[in-house]
Ligand binder design. Sequence first.
Ligand SMILES: Nc1ncnc2c1ncn2[C@@H]1O[C@H](COP(=O)(O)OP(=O)(O)OP(=O)(O)O)[C@@H](O)[C@H]1O
Length: 267
Amino acid sequence: MRTAVLRKEPSTIPAAVDTIVGVRGISKNYGNVEALRGIDLDFPRGKLTSLLGPSGCGKTTLLKIIAGLIEADAGTVTIDGKVVRAPGPERAFVFQDFALMPWATALRNVAFGLELRGRARTEREEIARHYLSEVGLAGFEDKYPHELSGGMRQRVGLARALSVDADVLLLDEPFSAVDEQNRRKFQEDLIRLRATQNKTFIFVTHSIEEAVYISDRIVLLSPRPGRVSQIIEPDIDRSGDPERIHRDKHYLDTVDEIWQGLRQYVE
Ligand SMILES: Nc1ncnc2c1ncn2[C@@H]1O[C@H](COP(=O)(O)OP(=O)(O)OP(=O)(O)O)[C@@H](O)[C@H]1O
């Protein structure tokens, strides 16, 4: 039987061979709420890493600190070895509510990041069309957000992040905005994009199944104050039929192993 690589002592993890995002000693308090304490992490280039952990453990806070949207109280974030303290063109953030402009079409929403970067209209629309098509939304260019389902809006948000050509995509898990079918579809999109786009994905999720299904690496955070409690590399063969993978023994064993580690926090 193949087993997932479980690393129980984060301090002993060797530096990733090719780290794109480095997090060192990140701590964050909101008033007297200690959200994160001393997070050290390396995110490997070209891989999909999920941040997983109990509600309120600081997953979104860590993601936003990496994005430069929230300032940490201590510690540093590096991109390719360079310290960053604010948002930058090498990172794109997909918000929980997708943050689409309701008055703009899908095409304009996707092209907006390029508009901000001063790209000419024909060029940015061409790029936006390409990425809408990449996420399965060809033909929906002229629809407004209210004419799209939650899952489609999510994919517009993803296309917008892809279109600005950032190396690192930061995705905050949508809560109730998408149903189960759209969630599955989105997971398929992520697996495919991760294989074809040469980008690094950092993804916040509540779902153990989702994390095991899509991730190269899972960072398990402890309850607040969030600390790295475990790093798991699921090593799932995703080449086959999704239904088969969801029934695969190795997949199910890995889900169970993580659940055994997490259940102490919810019982
Ligand atoms: N702006 C804020 N002001 C005060 N407390 C905050 C703020 N943002 C987050 N918190 C608190 O910090 C802790 C971590 O929040 P965060 O949203 O990062 O966790 P999370 O793991 O993403 O949670 P969830 O899984 O529920 O989305 C929580 O206790 C939350 O209530």
